[in-house]
Design a protein. Structure first.
Length: 155
């Protein structure tokens, strides 16, 4: 048996080691944390800091069409108020509707009911005529005096 030493060359060679250059980093503000953090085993994540106050709401913005709609609604509301106030004021100024009246002289012993019965038309309620005569003559107590002139509804 012959033994000889044989030196074999390795099939691969390690790459030459290059010097490591330091990484350039942008300067950070005091107290600022890195965006990414290298972690190892047993790392417990820290929750992100909460903002001190919520952002203010964005202001309301109306388009030209929206401004037109708001203006139209304002005009409609103003017109409705004007019509409503006009009808109330017109009714207050006009008073009761005009009606034809006649004058009757009260005789001795006449009552308001007797006068209303003479003036009332066929089928007309005498109570309504009494109320009308009292309103036309401002008779609060319904007392009549002989010779008094009364305005009565004309028939």
């Amino acid at each position: 048996v012959v033994m000889s030493a044989l030196v074999a060359q390795p099939a691969w060679r390690p790459a030459p080691v290059r010097p490591v250059r330091p990484v350039r980093r942008a300067p950070r503000a005091a107290g600022a944390r890195a965006h990414l953090q290298v972690v190892g085993p047993g790392f417990v994540p820290v929750p992100a800091p909460v903002a001190a106050r919520p952002a203010p709401p964005a202001p309301l913005r109306l388009t030209a069409l929206g401004r037109g709609v708001v203006a139209a609604l304002a005009l409609v509301a103003a017109a409705a108020v004007a019509v409503g106030l006009g009808s109330v004021a017109g009714a207050a100024v006009a008073g009761p509707p005009a009606q034809d009246v006649a004058t009757v002289t009260v005789a001795a012993g006449d009552t308001l009911w007797a006068v209303a019965s003479e003036v009332a038309g066929p089928g007309e309620d005498v109570r309504d005529v009494v109320a009308t005569i009292a309103a036309l003559n401002d008779l609060g107590d319904h007392q009549l005096r002989a010779g008094q002139q009364l305005l009565v509804p004309a028939r």
